[in-house]
Design a protein around this ligand. Structure first.
Ligand SMILES: Cc1cc2nc3c(=O)[nH]c(=O)nc-3n(C[C@H](O)[C@H](O)[C@H](O)COP(=O)(O)OP(=O)(O)OC[C@H]3O[C@@H](n4cnc5c(N)ncnc54)[C@H](O)[C@@H]3O)c2cc1C
Length: 417
């Protein structure tokens, strides 16, 4: 085994060797020698906030890790796939990663740019240098060596004793099948490709989906004098972002320390009704379960209103029920109404890509690519497999996972696990 002393592996502490060519059905390997990196520490797949959080926790315990990232930059979701007006939905105190608070000078809800600067500073502080442009296409435990073996799209392979999955709940856009969609003659895009309403001035835009992204994109379209219509397929909880001078999220967390979830839900809904009125009258009926109970049972996040509702009330944003079918020029809704649109924006969320590349089904469900066990028990699998950032609890959940994982690997290294 040759150690190659490049700057890259000095930083990343991995050992590369060339395995003797094996009999392989893969033509690629028949023509060249296989490159394998045997890494002594944990390998983290994904250089988003979760990957960074766990790498920093490792570093603080003297454990060197290797981060593999398919994109050519860190935090690719935030950097490349989010709209310009995005701010953290939750106050910064609930979004900071372990071991480094946000600068005090930042506003309560930092902008996307400020959040990215924080992540860049975080990487610099902990010396995190991911290997970019490395998409992991398969990972499997080799029972004979007890190691996880990862393969990248380049054909490069990696082995490790500890595999940390940090590819996120939002790895790929979720695009539902809507009857007639291929017949639509105008542009149709997912919110991951939407940057601002600038390109849609004066256009009739159908926004499909009423989660935080759909609501905010509709608001953004208003700001650019587009004509947005939002589809509300069934029910949605809309809450003011702030209540009684506090963030609604912070207030809820505080109340939950003293009161049962259903009581807190009742209080939230009373205040929301006083502040926002009856949203059902606007075409936005509320689910039967309260917002916090629904979140804990299904992971469905309430919408925190940042101004969209005022535009719905004024009639600037129109609300329509579920789509029956898309036509060449627009859509037919389930109430029989047919309307024309110039553009369709799918605010239909994201999904995990874990089942596509991880050959394992104990920790992760093959159906949705999320841990089978609910929070707080979904971070640890068998044989050195870990999940960070799959709690449906945003950055706060990722931070909790990261600390636990680093503790666990440290115990293992000390021979106490
Ligand atoms: C619009 C929007 C706003 C949000 N706002 C908030 C908020 O205010 N507060 C909050 O707490 N949460 C928020 N979230 C939730 C969000 O999921 C987290 O903020 C955060 O991005 C999750 O970090 P992550 O590292 O787990 O996943 P990601 O940020 O998605 O990072 C995963 C990384 O893994 C890489 N990757 C994926 N597959 C592979 C592969 N096979 N090989 C190599 N690399 C791979 C991806 O390229 C990506 O860089 C928001 C999400 C969205 C979409």
């Amino acid at each position: 085994m040759d150690r190659i002393d490049t700057d890259e592996n000095k930083n990343n502490n991995y050992v590369r060797h060339e395995e003797a060519e094996e009999e392989s059905s893969c033509r690629f390997f028949k023509s060249m020698k296989k490159k394998v990196c045997d890494f002594a520490g944990p390998i983290i797949v994904g250089a988003g906030p979760s990957g960074f959080a766990v790498a920093a926790c490792f570093k603080s315990r003297g454990i060197e890790s290797l981060i593999l990232e398919r994109a050519h930059c860190a935090a690719s979701l935030w950097r490349l796939k989010t709209y310009d007006r995005l701010r953290l939905h939750l106050p910064k105190s609930f979004c900071e990663l372990p071991l480094m608070p946000f600068p005090a000078a930042l506003p309560r809800y930092p902008t996307k740019r400020q959040f990215l600067s924080y992540l860049d500073a975080y990487a610099a502080e902990f010396g995190l240098r991911p290997r970019f442009g490395v998409a992991v296409v398969s990972a499997e435990r080799d029972a004979s060596t007890g190691l996880w073996r990862l393969r990248a799209d380049s054909g490069e392979e990696f082995t490790t004793r500890w595999l940390v999955v940090a590819t996120g709940e939002n790895a790929e856009p979720a695009v539902p099948r809507i009857p007639g969609m291929p017949s639509f003659l105008g542009p149709a895009l997912h919110t991951s490709a939407y940057r601002s309403g600038e390109a849609y001035r004066g256009k009739r835009v159908l926004v499909v989906g009423c989660g935080n992204s759909g609501m905010e994109v509709a608001l953004d379209l208003c700001d650019y004098n587009a004509i947005p219509t939002i589809v509300v397929r069934d029910t949605v909880h809309i809450l003011p972002r702030e209540m009684l001078g506090q963030s609604t999220f912070g207030l809820s967390m505080w109340l939950l320390k003293w009161l049962p979830v259903r009581t807190v839900d009742r209080l939230l809904l009373i205040v929301a009704r006083l502040m926002l009125g009856d949203t059902a009258r606007l075409g936005l009926p509320r689910p039967k379960l309260g917002p916090l109970e629904l979140k804990s049972l299904t992971g469905k996040t309430p919408v925190l209103d940042v101004g969209t509702l005022a535009n719905i009330k004024s009639g600037y944003i129109k609300v329509r029920p579920a789509i029956k079918r898309i036509t060449e020029k627009g859509a037919e809704f389930v109430n029989g109404r047919i309307e024309e649109f110039d553009v369709i924006i799918l605010a239909t969320g994201y999904k995990s890509n874990v089942p596509r590349w991880l050959k394992e089904s104990d920790l992760f469900s093959e159906e949705d690519g999320l841990p089978r066990k609910p929070f707080p028990n979904g971070w640890k699998g068998q044989n050195g497999l870990y999940a960070v950032g799959f709690t449906k609890r945003g950055l706060l959940g990722a931070s909790l996972d990261a600390v636990r994982i680093a503790q666990d690997v440290e115990l293992c290294l000390q021979g106490r696990e």
